[in-house]
Design a protein around this ligand. Sequence first.
Ligand SMILES: NC(=O)C1=CN([C@@H]2O[C@H](COP(=O)(O)OP(=O)(O)OC[C@H]3O[C@@H](n4cnc5c(N)ncnc54)[C@H](OP(=O)(O)O)[C@@H]3O)[C@@H](O)[C@H]2O)C=CC1
Ligand SMILES: CC(=O)C(=O)O
Ligand SMILES: [Mg+2]
Length: 577
Amino acid sequence: MHRRATDDVVVMHPDTSRGIEVLHNPVYNKGTSFTASERERLGVRGLVPPRFFPIGQQATKIWAQNQSLERPLDKWQHLQDLKDRNETLFYRLVHDHIEELAPIIYTPTVGDACLNFSKLLRRARGMYFSVDDRGDINSMMFNWKRSVSVIVVTDGSRILGLGDLGTNGMGISQGKVDLYVAGGGFDPQHVLPVVLDVGTNNEDLLNDPYYLGVPRKRLEGEEYYAFIEEFIRGVRNRWPNALIQFEDFQTKHANKILQRYRNDVLCFNDDIQGTAAVVLAGLYGAMKCLGGHRKDIVKQTFVMCGAGSAGSGIASFIHQALVANGLSEDEAYQRFYIIDKDGLITHDRNLDAPGMEPIRPFARARSDLPDGTRLLDVIEKARPTTLMGVSTVSGLFTREVLQKMGEINERPIIMPLSNPTSRAECTAQQAAEATGGRAIFSAGSPFEDVEMPNGHVMKANQGNNFYVFPGVGLGALLSKSSVISDGMLQAAAMAVPAMLTREQHESGTIFPRINRIRDISAYVAIKVIEAAAREGRVPEDIRKIVSKGEEALREYVYSTMWIPNYRPTVFSCSSRK
Ligand SMILES: NC(=O)C1=CN([C@@H]2O[C@H](COP(=O)(O)OP(=O)(O)OC[C@H]3O[C@@H](n4cnc5c(N)ncnc54)[C@H](OP(=O)(O)O)[C@@H]3O)[C@@H](O)[C@H]2O)C=CC1
Ligand SMILES: CC(=O)C(=O)O
Ligand SMILES: [Mg+2]
């Protein structure tokens, strides 16, 4: 599946030309890092400057270049250009500077990149399947490499909180697979970003002469689901062991697709399930900040702004955890107040509308509060401990709302989770000012910690599914389970806060630093594999490793991780891939 860390050579495909072609191939190119013997062997002697620079020095130089750029989008472009020239060096840079570069290759900058994708694209990456390809999707998959372990696929219909970006959504699939490599240790040769171009309803794109997708309205209804089915069947045929991550599908389709495939195909929806796992992880962390135990989530009351795929996924998943910790189903539903653009959702709402199904059990009784009650009034009445935002509405958490949370709670839990930064329901600064720095804060996109006038620092945690999806994917694949169960995801949620120290909790930290992402992903993977084993989903060889204990599992997980270093490059008469 992955290239093992113990692999000591890169074997060039026998059809790859020697000479200049090697330099033009980002998989094999090392620039000034080819050794003298490689220069001979690969026919590049004299095609690169004579001096040899090890990867560390190359990375230092390119890092300085990237840092000298002012605009985040220029940094993004600079990194894409590097990836197009030299993948190993690109991933080395991202691996070594993940804290600084995650906001560039991922939220928030990737949002800008998607908005401008038609203008920015220089070299295509990944696979595009459009409505015009119907009937040929499986055969097209043979244009790609034989070995794929993870596919991130979007239909571009809801990219971050930016709406329908059509085929420009490819930027998010690419950003996520880069995080699989940098964060989860996946071999870059085995990840595949995909966009399903089923059209777009975005008029600006339809009128843009440079738009890269098929300029037509979106497929809908049975035609849409037939297209998805053709794609899934194609994957099953071409890459039967690959994991599929559904990303940024609009709510009305996201849940339906997930329910249709989750019991038959190794897949998950990152916005529904990955987000839910990370938010629960954050809540467990918050319970520790409050001096308690993760079981204390049963004492919490949640107001959730946003009833889309993220909101419904989070609510359902926390509900499961509340029940697992002793509440009845009904008691657990009573802990939620869910609000959409029309205010509080009650039984007076049309709960049969597309996408509403998972929200239905959370609708409040008519007697509680009138349908449509506004956020501030809901907070007054419900007195929540936790306020979450997955609404895409910047500024929704007004000063009054945040102050009210601060009046009700000594340490209010405030989570403006919408991405990118321009869509966050509030900033860290606003949350800190309105609560006197007492909030336990976590946002989808990165913010700076806030220092209060008295010197106290309010931690600006980043609550992003980035903390779990690489580890969930890694664990699921290594477990050889055929599906990803709720139990595996619940285990992922518990793994993340277990990586924090008491001192970190005391300072208001609910997620580990992102520069530990490889260790976080490995630990999440270990817990996911253990959960799969407990549920009887793993074959004998994996069960044996699990039975030897966590250390053996850790060794197994780390041994599969790809490390961004150059290895000697050789030709072989038969390909190993
Ligand atoms: N931090 C993270 O890791 C993640 C963050 N997200 C973010 O979550 C956001 C939502 O994603 P998703 O659920 O898929 O998107 P949707 O567009 O499906 O959901 C948005 C929801 O917000 C509601 N809404 C709109 N205006 C308001 C308002 N004024 N008050 C309360 N609710 C409102 C919408 O209601 P209506 O339908 O009536 O318009 C809808 O229910 C995105 O910004 C995304 O980037 C998503 C996944 C992961
Ligand atoms: C983080 C993510 O998946 C989103 O905002 O959609
Ligand atoms: Mg997403």
